[in-house]
Write a protein that binds this ligand. Structure first.
Ligand code: HEC
Ligand code: HEC
Length: 251
């Protein structure tokens, strides 16, 4: 290699190192250092309800609510209808030619009133919940909002543990505290928000003053996946996945 080509390659090598470094970092978090909060043996409903009131202030803030709506997304600090008009589409990524990624790139624009952006697996990751589960909180408050947020039938099949992990680590949630220029931040900072989520779960995740408290936070996604892998191994060891068809008894 001539010195000239060596020089040309040096930035590439640096870039490769950087890539492998970020890949390791991502893998470390993907294998799960996240430890879900357990429900206390002596939950305090009042403390749980107080914590939810703080969580609600964040959920109904435009930085979260603008995507958690029944129809098209909203914009800005006053929850105005998105301009230009766009549609959710089946998967929440828009309808051609106005897919979200057409304008929302892999990062925030440095300019105010320009589309914000973020990255998922190297691609533009900006989208809203899908049409089959809109996860809309618009117009809801108190127990009604709490139930949509907590119920696996309306929250994307999430246990309390999965909800906690989503709030602690999801990049769309994190974006709300780094929304780019000209946008208000949610009313409490991220560490305080995470603490309120833990307090709510520790105290049985109450939504009102009478229903029974939750006694378990349920499984994390990682625990579910591990169980699934284990049952696959059991099935493959049993021979069902090979050609050894088990002898059938005639009816
Ligand atoms: C850019 C749009 C966008 C923004 C902004 C956004 N979300 Fe979401 N949110 C989504 C999408 C998409 C999903 C569905 C993810 C899935 O299930 O695959 C989701 C799902 C959720 C869920 C699980 C569903 C439920 O109802 O319990 C929670 C909780 C949540 N988001 C919290 C927040 C919070 C808190 C904020 C603000 C701090 C926020 N989101 C901001 C797009 C957004
Ligand atoms: C034609 C370009 C364009 C397309 C396509 C587009 N957006 Fe936007 N979007 C914008 C612009 C510009 C802004 C910033 C407006 C501002 O801050 O004044 C914005 C802002 C937003 C915001 C508000 C963020 C906040 O809290 O301030 C949300 C939510 C949003 N878009 C969701 C979507 C979704 C979901 C899609 C796909 C279904 C989409 N957008 C498609 C241009 C676009």
């Amino acid at each position: 290699m001539t010195q000239r080509t060596a020089l040309l390659y040096r930035p590439l090598a640096f870039f490769a190192t950087l890539l492998s470094f970020t890949a390791t970092a991502a893998a470390a978090s993907a294998t799960g250092t996240f430890e879900p909060t357990q429900v206390s043996a002596t939950p305090n409903r009042g403390a749980g309800l107080q914590a939810f009131a703080q969580i609600e202030r964040v959920l109904s803030h435009p930085r979260c609510l603008n995507c958690h709506v029944p129809d098209a997304p909203l914009q800005g600090d006053f929850k105005r209808v998105h301009y230009p008009p766009v549609q959710r589409g089946l998967d929440g990524r828009g309808v051609a030619p106005l897919q979200c990624a057409t304008c929302h790139s892999t990062q925030n624009s440095p300019l105010a009133n320009a589309p914000p952006g973020l990255e998922t697996d190297g691609k533009p990751g900006w989208h809203m919940p899908p049409a089959h589960m809109k996860m809309s909180w618009l117009g809801l408050s108190g127990p009604a909002l709490c139930k949509v947020f907590r119920d696996p039938k309306t929250n994307g099949a999430r246990s309390l543990a999965m909800l906690e992990e989503h709030m602690a680590t999801d990049h769309l949630v994190l974006w709300a505290w780094e929304p780019g220029p000209g946008r208000q931040l949610p009313p409490i900072d991220k560490p305080s928000f995470d603490e309120q989520v833990r307090t709510w779960i520790r105290n049985g995740a109450p939504c009102n003053s009478s229903e029974p408290l939750r006694t378990s936070a349920g499984r994390t996604r990682a625990a579910l996946n591990a169980d699934f892998a284990k049952s696959l191994r059991v099935v493959s060891n049993s021979g069902v996945l090979t050609n050894q068809t088990p002898a059938r008894s005639q009816p």
